[in-house]
Design a binder for this molecule. Structure first.
Ligand SMILES: Cc1cc2nc3c(=O)[nH]c(=O)nc-3n(C[C@H](O)[C@H](O)[C@H](O)COP(=O)(O)OP(=O)(O)OC[C@H]3O[C@@H](n4cnc5c(N)ncnc54)[C@H](O)[C@@H]3O)c2cc1C
Length: 420
């Protein structure tokens, strides 16, 4: 890898970018590091934005990863409120070059890491820009949503994905009248099996949230002051709304990479060592499309803290010329009301599931199998099942599907018995 005196530039100061900087120092890299981000706050945890932060149980300070002293002590120059507009390389396959900020400043670099994350997908329907139509990706948006929720009676959430459902649960817990609408015929459809979708549908309804599926969302309606008043569906129904949260997914930020001619496929394409199609440039986190972390096959977009951290560690190792293997079990969590979902593995491509426990008791697991092999688990309020499978996947083990449903035997014991 190229290693010039101008050091490493990391674009994107969040989970992945900070981890790259931190890991570079852990690997003994003493070159200058510039960590550039276009938000005006130092890197912070995003997950609480739709959970404890939205309900007012966490403060902005408690979300911050590191104190200003930490950056100074590590010799990491953190540049906030700085948007990189454009990147130039010294040569077509070079790793060194310069970044140009939106104010025209030039930041030279010897090595480049992209950790630019993604942006909320916007809805292309009339009224999508009305005052009171919110998205939730960063702290500014969370502050705005929180303020609006405080004053709201009727809340409509468009999109039954993780962020939409977490925010819906928070709003409902605060006593708001909440409706979740989705064009799909089930909740969390891109992430979980129908059994888990059906559980969340029932669980949210039990808590008083209205959920409308297979809904055509035609327009968002507003008043003379351009303030949102409702959401109009295909059948003419208008759902009253003081706040509309649009949670319809994330689009990876690929503009900078595309400008460098890097390969893009829903995200910046990287290999198992976090190298882009220019092997001198690395990328990590939500902005990437990567091979399966355990099998090395296919191309996945994984939007999770675990992936951002694991990939960032790999990217840093690659930058210092000591590439390290992947083999980290993907994991994820989602908190909706008092329901804690923990996911280990990637369920894509499963052909069979085993439901372990009783969904009606709000404590159960779904184990995913492909060709007879355990590949993932969704555990709802069942941390022991989750831990057992997460450990097992890391060792390449499995549990026969015909045994997995027996709740009299802890999964840990089944896993141990089978491995022996
Ligand atoms: C509300 C919410 C809840 C979540 N809940 C969970 C959860 O429960 N569990 C879980 O595992 N994950 C969760 N996630 C996902 C998790 O937060 C992300 O996977 C993680 O933040 C990805 O980190 P990243 O560094 O790759 O990207 P990001 O965190 O998106 O950071 C990218 C940064 O780059 C900056 N940037 C982009 N372009 C430029 C540019 N040109 N110049 C300068 N800066 C730029 C962005 O502003 C941003 O600060 C949640 C996310 C959100 C938004």
């Amino acid at each position: 890898m190229t290693n010039s005196v101008s050091g490493t530039l990391i674009v994107g100061a969040s989970q992945a970018g900070l981890q790259i900087a931190s890991s570079l120092r852990e690997f003994g890299d003493t070159d200058p590091i510039v960590l550039v981000g276009n938000e005006d706050v130092a890197p912070y945890q995003r997950p609480p934005l739709s959970k404890a932060y939205l309900t007012g149980k966490a403060t902005a300070e408690s979300l911050s990863f590191r104190s200003p002293d930490w950056y100074a002590g590590k010799g990491i120059e953190l540049r906030l409120s700085t948007h990189i507009q454009h990147l130039e390389l010294d040569g077509p396959s070079s790793g060194s070059g310069a970044a140009i900020t939106s104010t025209g400043e030039k930041i030279p670099f010897g090595r480049l890491a992209l950790a630019v994350g993604g942006s909320p997908r916007r809805l292309a329907i009339p009224g999508a820009d009305l005052d009171g139509v919110c998205v939730l990706r960063d702290m500014t948006q969370a502050d705005d949503l929180r303020r609006r929720l405080d004053a709201a009676f009727n809340v409509v959430v468009i999109g039954g994905g993780f962020i939409g459902l977490e925010a819906a649960a928070a709003a409902r817990a605060a006593g708001k009248d909440v409706t979740v609408v989705d064009v799909a015929d089930r909740l969390l459809g891109r992430a979980v099996a129908p059994e888990v979708s059906a559980f969340y549908l029932a669980a949210h309804r039990r808590r008083g949230t209205q959920v409308l599926l297979s809904a055509a969302i035609e327009a968002i309606e507003g008043n003379d002051q351009n303030r949102v008043t409702g959401v109009r569906l295909g059948d003419g129904t208008v759902l009253p709304a003081d706040v509309v949260l649009v949670g319809v997914g994330l689009v990876a930020n690929t503009d900078l990479a595309a400008g460098l001619g890097l390969e893009i496929d829903r995200g910046i394409v990287v290999d198992a060592l976090a190298r882009t199609s220019n092997p001198n440039i690395v990328a990590a986190g939500d902005c990437t499309t990567l091979p399966h972390p355990l099998t090395g096959e296919g191309r996945y977009r994984i939007e999770s803290v675990q992936n951002a951290v694991a990939q960032a560690q790999i990217a840093a190792a690659t930058l210092v010329g000591r590439p390290q293997g992947p083999a980290a079990v993907p994991w994820f969590w989602s908190d909706q009301a008092d329901l804690k979902l923990q996911i280990a593995g990637l369920s894509n491509g499963y052909d069979h599931v085993v439901v372990r426990g009783e969904p009606d008791e709000e404590q159960f697991s779904v184990l995913y199998y492909a060709a007879g092999r355990l590949i993932a688990i969704d555990a709802i309020n069942a941390p022991r099942d989750y831990m057992a499978v997460r450990k097992l996947l890391g060792t390449g083990g499995s549990i026969p599907a015909e045994l997995a449903g027996d709740t009299n035997v802890p999964l840990r014991d089944l896993a141990a018995a089978v491995t022996v």
